[in-house]
Design a protein around this ligand. Structure first.
Ligand SMILES: [Zn+2]
Length: 284
């Protein structure tokens, strides 16, 4: 699970920092799910249905509720919210499941430079119909092209530096010697002009090569995605806890925060929770 959160906050500044329709991490459109109305809870608080906003690409989410509190002589409606926060994840840790790593990269693009090279290869492989991970003779991954049933040779380079013409030339050689009819060169960085020109020469000779830079790679990852969650009742979703049992949530009454709600650190929320608890104690 790459998202975490455990507090629900009643705060205007917090609510206003939540985006209406675009994911705060990857900027794609959010999907809205409305929850069922829970029973009246406790003696005074009545909860309206939760509204969950999710990003089906990277999996970011937030939940809002309306809570009616009986404050004599009327009931007053308050809005509460909580947003997913990206947990720090060691992209070099090979025990992290690939599916999590993919979502993490979609949310945090810059992390691609730190990823373990073998894992990067596996993620790229996940985009293709892989036949083998050879790793020898200059081809990292061999895959079958879905449309033409021909073999594609894939080279994967987790680099910060731009790819040079020379690297493309040796890739062309490896493709030819291996009998591949197409090549894909994937890098976390970008390509130098000479590298792009070399690809043009190779295509003219009948060997097309696709170049994927860091942005193309993230884009392809996104296209290959499955929906991040099954629906509002998805028990494995990080927001499930808030939807299922709002009465058990840890509430923070009033929390002034000038940044973005989803970036509020656990530490800041903890201190706000403590303050709220202190205020309650003093009232008694
Ligand atoms: Zn997103």
């Amino acid at each position: 699970m790459i998202w975490s959160h455990k507090y629900v906050v009643k705060s205007e500044s917090y609510l206003q920092s939540l985006p209406a329709d675009k994911c705060a991490y990857c900027s794609l459109s959010l999907v809205r799910w409305d929850g069922k109305k829970p029973d009246v809870i406790g003696s005074s608080n009545a909860w309206s249905h939760p509204i969950v906003m999710v990003c089906n690409s990277c999996g970011w989410w937030y939940v809002t509720f309306f809570v009616s509190e009986s404050i004599w002589p009327n009931d007053t409606i308050f809005k509460y919210a909580t947003a997913g926060q990206l947990k720090p994840l060691d992209v070099n840790d090979i025990s992290v499941p690939l599916s999590e790593l993919r979502k993490y990269l979609l949310a945090k693009r810059d992390a691609r430079f730190q990823i373990n090279p073998k894992r990067f290869e596996d993620i790229v492989g996940g985009i293709f119909r892989v036949t083998s991970y050879s790793g020898d003779k200059g081809i990292d991954v061999a895959a079958l092209d879905g449309s033409s049933n021909t073999f594609i040779g894939i080279q994967v380079k987790r680099y910060k530096n731009k790819i040079e013409a020379e690297q493309i030339r040796s890739f062309v050689g490896a493709l030819m010697l291996g009998g591949y009819s197409k090549g894909v060169f994937v890098t976390t960085s970008a390509f130098r002009t000479g590298a792009i020109e070399t690809v043009g020469q190779s295509a003219a000779l009948g060997l097309p090569i696709e170049l994927w830079d860091g942005d193309n790679f993230i884009e392809k990852l996104g296209i290959e995605r499955r929906p991040a969650y099954k629906g509002i009742d998805d028990e494995s979703a990080p927001f499930h806890y808030f939807v299922r049992s709002p009465e058990s949530m840890q509430m923070i009454e009033s929390f002034e925060y000038s940044g973005s709600a989803y970036e509020a650190s656990t530490c800041q929320l903890e201190s706000a929770a403590k303050q709220a608890a202190d205020v309650k104690t003093q009232k008694r």
